[in-house]
Design a protein around this ligand. Structure first.
Ligand code: GAL
Length: 690
């Protein structure tokens, strides 16, 4: 990490950050609104406002003519109102004059076409003139507000590589950088040919300029191209942060992420930011049939992002207090669901919940996007009242600031495995299947209230009681050996079909699966994988003596592997039938050194996974904090530190639920919703004890 450790999100401000994106520049012609904003923000209890994100055409209305007067006033008034500014650099959206005079600042599409001036998030990473223009305005902003009392946090640009083409730019400058990046990585074209298996379809290259990144023939090209685009994104972030840092070394810098993105490697980008900040839109609507899945996916994402910087808090830079405008339909969001969403984030380690947006604009694509302040313009709205109450509740949980969440279970989630699966023809729903599989395994721990740390396999996992590695498809150097050492020294590892299939350039590992020496760790050889139609399921039966391992109706779905044990104990088999898997081992366990390596040869349905992971926990001696399983959609988290323990619970379902804790003694309610351990529908509760 090159960045200082952040004990609180904003140095010296021990409060849960609560506020939102604020665009006063859009209201300069209506001073009454500005005055109202001040009144309403005091009333709301909000304490941070993100300003300037898309304000370039107000900050520099014409090339070289700057106007900071309106922002001076906003910053002064924020400080006077006891609030802090999350001040943005405006690079995400170019003003029209800039697009017109410097068309080369726009990205070039895959088809080789330069984008016209439009939208946002579509600037070229390599354009020297764009860098010059950004440097100038960012320098002015930083110098002007360096010592302003309102300045709390820098917000670099907005959702880097956001709405447009995943940040890909195919202009000549970006392609030249791509070739430099390749040269730097491979040194010789022969080494690249070897790593890319370029003999396929006669793609052996003689020169770097023969490589077309848009050619899908070699999946290694596509994989490296995405890595290169990620390098561009990180390089851009470092460029902007590099302007700010020397001028304001005392102010932390961040940029807003977009969840577990299929393309952007946030684990890598996170190493450059001071604070992990995410934009979260889980579409939690009353009556939505899969509210529990939304809550699960959000929990998984929180634990992934928390682990980017495990010793400090993260924050939601954006979320929506009501409903966004971009859904197919826009059902209203129950205020209880918003509270549950907000406290879920805090329970997972966040110390800030902010919104897009403070006030609804009058025009533009987002005029109907949910906000704290509605077009009605006053405080007597359902949403405003709820936000006000939430601010008061956040003051109560400020006591939890500085406490941390720590798992005994690690789940390895590799962006590179996700990319490699997605780019390898032959695995249905590749990239999203990888994420969903990780979430399915995570879910069995989530439903037991067991904290899981989610992180990349290149990180140290040696201290965990249990390591889950679903579909660890791509093996980074050294990972197989570290997995072996972990189990050898007493660890419990759970792995699945599609483990150790390819090397870092997506070439298949030779000699049998799981590759890279892992057959020895699991005591088996995985020969083949049958893929099942969506309506197909294969029954799995526990071996005699394995009572409780599986539910009565355990089934394999989607992927059914055929393995040959060479020492591993068979715990369950496919039922006999006409299929090739008939009677074959489906779940095995191997004692390797002092530890245990479980192998799930098939994908299992959720009840089977719940049961299986219960067995894994029990045999590893890890006791969940609750008895049995929480109903899907009910979630608990604990944070602890020198100041005490804090237990958070949310009910994302329409039914009341009673928590059944193993040790319910001494917990006192801090933010109460129901009596005792009762969680009313759509609710959030917090308890504490010393
Ligand atoms: C985010 C973006 C915001 C706003 C919001 C709408 O992705 O950062 O500027 O567009 O979506 O939901």
């Amino acid at each position: 990490m090159n960045t200082p450790h952040q004990p609180t999100l904003i140095p010296g401000l021990p409060r849960i950050l609560h506020g939102g994106d604020y665009n006063p520049e859009q209201w300069l012609a209506t001073p009454g609104i500005y005055a109202d904003d001040r009144r309403l923000r005091r009333l709301s209890g909000c304490n941070v406002f993100s300003v300037g994100i898309f304000a370039w055409s107000h900050l520099e209305p014409e090339e070289g003519r700057f106007d900071f007067s309106w922002l001076d006033r906003v910053m002064d008034d924020l400080a006077a109102d006891g609030c802090r500014a999350i001040l943005a650099t405006p690079s995400a959206a170019r003003p029209p004059w800039l697009g017109k005079k410097y068309p080369e600042t726009a990205q070039v599409t895959r088809a080789g076409v330069r984008e016209p001036y439009q939208g946002r998030h579509n600037f070229c990473w390599s354009s020297p003139i764009y860098r010059e223009k950004v440097r100038e305005i960012v320098t002015r902003l930083a110098e002007r507000y360096a010592h302003h009392p309102a300045l709390g946090l820098w917000h670099v640009s907005n959702e880097l590589a956001g709405t447009y083409g995943n940040g890909e730019c195919f202009c000549p400058l970006c392609l030249a950088r791509w070739r430099d990046w390749l040269r730097d990585k491979y040194k010789t074209i022969e080494a690249l040919n070897e790593a890319w298996w370029s003999g396929f379809w006669s793609h052996r290259f003689n020169d770097w300029d023969e490589i077309n990144p848009a050619d899908p023939t070699l999946d290694a090209t596509a994989l490296d191209w995405i890595r290169f685009v990620n390098w561009q994104i990180q390089d851009w972030y470092q460029f902007e942060a590099g302007i700010l840092r020397p001028i304001t070394p005392h102010i932390p810098i961040t940029t807003n992420f977009m969840g577990p993105h299929p393309y952007i490697d946030y684990a890598a980008l996170a190493q450059w930011v001071d604070v992990v900040a995410d934009d979260q839109y889980p579409m939690l609507y009353h009556g939505k049939p899969r509210l529990d899945d939304s809550a699960l996916c959000t929990a998984f994402k929180h634990d992934l992002q928390r682990c980017y910087k495990p010793n400090q808090p993260f924050m939601l830079m954006e979320s929506c207090p009501e409903t966004p405008q971009w859904g197919r339909i826009m059902p209203l969001k129950h205020e209880g669901l918003h509270r549950a969403e907000a406290f879920q984030a805090i329970g997972h380690g966040a110390e800030g919940v902010c919104y897009f947006q403070w006030r609804k604009g009058r025009g533009g694509l987002e005029k109907f996007h949910g906000a704290v302040v509605d077009h009605a313009g006053h405080e007597n709205t359902r949403t405003f009242r709820m936000i006000r109450e939430l601010s008061a509740d956040f003051e109560k949980v400020a006591a939890a600031i500085g406490t941390r969440r720590q798992g005994q279970v690690a789940l390895l989630y590799d962006h590179d495995s996700r990319l490699a699966i997605g780019l390898s023809n032959g695995i249905p729903n590749g990239s999203s299947r990888y994420l969903e599989t990780a979430q399915d395994h995570y879910r069995s721990y989530w439903r037991r209230g067991v904290a899981v740390d989610v992180f990349d396999s290149r990180r140290d996992f040696s201290s965990y009681r249990i390591v889950i590695a679903p579909m660890l498809f791509l093996l980074h150097p050294g990972v197989a050996d570290r997995l072996k050492a972990y189990v050898h020294d007493g660890g419990t590892l759970v792995a699945t079909y599609y483990t150790g299939v390819v090397d870092p350039t997506n070439r298949c590992l030779l000699g049998g699966l799981p590759g890279g020496g892992l057959m020895e760790l699991f005591g088996l050889w995985h020969e083949e994988t049958d893929q099942l139609e969506s309506e197909e399921a294969r029954r799995i039966i526990a071996e005699p003596g394995q009572d409780g391992l599986l539910p009565r109706q355990a089934t394999a779905i989607r992927f059914a592997g055929i393995v040959h044990p060479s020492g591993a104990e068979v715990l369950a088999r496919y039922a006999t039938g006409p299929e090739l898997t008939s009677g074959q081992p489906a779940i095995t366990r191997f004692r390797f050194g002092q530890g245990t390596a479980w192998y799930f040869a098939a994908e299992f349905d959720r009840p089977s996974l719940d049961c299986l992971h219960g067995a894994v926990l029990a045999r590893a001696g890890v006791e969940p904090p609750i008895i049995g399983l929480l109903p899907p959609g009910v979630s608990i988290q604990e944070r602890s530190g020198p100041q005490g323990r804090f237990l958070f619970a949310q009910n994302f379902t329409a039914n009341p639920c009673k928590l059944d804790l193993r040790a319910p003694q001494d917990w006192q309610p801090l933010v109460a919703s129901g009596p005792g351990w009762l969680l009313p529908p759509y609710s959030a509760t917090v308890w504490t004890k010393p």
